[in-house]
Design a protein around this ligand. Structure first.
Ligand code: NAD
Length: 427
């Protein structure tokens, strides 16, 4: 079955999914012509049991280790918290630590709007959409009973069906009747929970609407599950009024311009996705929700706001959907996620969402402060220089020496790093 790299290679491999991770790896190695070191590297699954990895996704051949750093200085609702963050990007963890340090005295204050998720059921070819909407709304009690019957565990924990909405959408192929099932999913992200309910109700909705039902799935625009955080950085603690005003101006730029807002919000997600990943939650679900929420007015804008308060200090806030859980997906089964949740000491999904919102705000504050003052490259480059040094071949103590020299020479470039490494080795 194995073929040498470059000759008669076919990606159609019958029964690939039935092989063990090691057998799949050998096959892939033959296909791609991997050397022994590469195969040995991929075969080392680190701290994730190969059997578990093989259960989490399909066609597993290895794992991808991403560093987990810990953000310090975070005080959230009066409680000190150490926040694990999984990211491959340098400066992200440091940015959160720095922002939190400058507001440690008062810290961050957070809240959530609830744990409500939305599942959508799409009905098409409905002759009387307005009438169908009313007929479905009349069935609220029946719908609640059917949803709750799908998940007795959730109901026993105080969750389950909460509300019903029916929206009419004008589309090129006619008016669609879209039913929203609004469900409290407690400490679960809730995708599977609400998808099951939507599928269960689909035949009834088809009958009540007189149309045909197609899609039955959650919305990642979880705007009934908003997390919020706020903090006030004292002008004197952040370098004075000029820095404060620079940050406000940077925010106003993002609020007014989607080109800037995309980068502004990317920085926020540097922090948020890192905690979401470290806790085994679904980064794509959170990112989709965040960006959709940022565009809710019809124009993509900032997820944070910055104002000068009556005392002349910088009042900052963030609000975004945060569908994260402590149960379901990888959160309960991935040992690293479990350990990270233990570091956070969270016992509810709400608390996790609140901490994540605070991290997003901290991240954003640091980025705006750097951009409004020295620019991000100064802080970024010191850490980036280490990556460049490693790419140039530096190992062990050489990494720091080469990185320091690159920064001193204000030339963090691969070609320079190679020359510097030769110098260091020549000494
Ligand atoms: P899940 O179905 O694995 O677990 C949730 C279930 O656990 C609940 O339905 C409930 O029966 C039970 N439960 C036990 N204790 C609970 C508690 N304290 N609070 C709430 N429920 C409790 O997980 P899920 O959260 O429904 O689904 C999350 C997974 O779905 C993620 O892996 C995500 O990647 C995936 N997913 C996402 C999308 C999307 O975002 N578009 C689509 C499909 C699947």
């Amino acid at each position: 079955m194995t073929s040498a790299a470059g000759s008669n290679r076919s990606s159609r491999i019958a029964g690939f999914h039935k092989l063990s991770p090691r057998d799949r790896l050998d096959l892939v190695a033959g296909f791609a012509g991997l050397d022994e070191a590469q195969v040995a590297h991929l075969a080392n699954m680190g701290n994730l049991d190969p059997m578990l990895a093989d259960k989490l996704i399909e066609n597993v051949i290895g794992t991808m280790n991403i560093p987990v750093g810990v953000a310090t200085n975070m005080k959230i609702d009066g409680e000190d918290v150490l926040v694990p963050m999984a990211t491959e990007e340098s400066s992200v963890v440091a940015a959160v630590c720095n922002a939190a340090k400058q507001v440690y005295e008062t810290g961050f204050f957070t809240s959530v709007s609830g744990n409500l998720m939305i599942a959508q059921v799409q009905a098409v070819d409905v002759a009387d959409p307005a009438g169908a909407r009313i007929r479905i709304l009349e069935k609220r009690d029946e719908i609640k009973a059917a949803c709750d019957a799908c998940d007795p565990v959730l109901v026993s924990l105080g969750g389950g069906f909460r509300d019903l909405e029916v929206r009419l959408l004008d589309t090129p192929s006619g008016t669609m009747v879209v039913t929203h099932l609004i469900v409290d999913t407690r400490d679960a992200m809730g995708a599977n929970a609400v998808n099951t309910m939507a599928e269960k109700l689909a035949p009834s909705i088809a009958a009540w609407s007189g149309g045909r039902v197609y899609l039955r799935i959650l919305s990642n625009l979880a705007d009934r599950r908003l997390a919020r955080a706020r903090a006030v950085w004292k002008a004197a603690d952040i370098g004075g009024e000029a820095v404060r005003d620079g940050i406000v101006s940077a925010y106003e730029f993002a609020a007014a311009d989607p080109y800037r807002a995309a980068t502004h919000n990317k920085g926020i997600m540097n922090g948020i996705s890192a905690v979401v990943l470290a806790t085994g939650n679904d980064t794509r679900a959170v990112e989709a929700g965040a960006h959709a929420y940022a565009a809710r007015s019809g124009r993509y804008s900032s997820l944070t706001t910055y104002e000068v308060d009556k005392d002349g200090n910088l009042s900052a806030s963030i609000e975004l959907p945060l569908a994260v859980g402590l149960i379901g997906g990888a959160t309960k089964v991935h040992p690293t996620a479990r350990a990270c949740l233990a570091i956070l000491g969270v016992t509810t999904a709400e608390r996790l969402a609140r901490i994540i919102a605070a991290v997003g705000l901290a991240q954003n504050f640091s980025a705006l402060k750097a951009l409004a003052t020295t620019g991000i490259q100064k802080g970024h480059m010191a850490l980036h220089a280490q990556n460049i040094a490693m790419m140039a071949g530096a190992v062990g103590e050489e990494i720091d020496r080469v990185a320091r020299l690159l920064v001193e020479r204000a030339s963090v470039r691969m070609d320079v790093a190679q020359k510097v490494l030769e110098e260091v080795r020549g000494n």
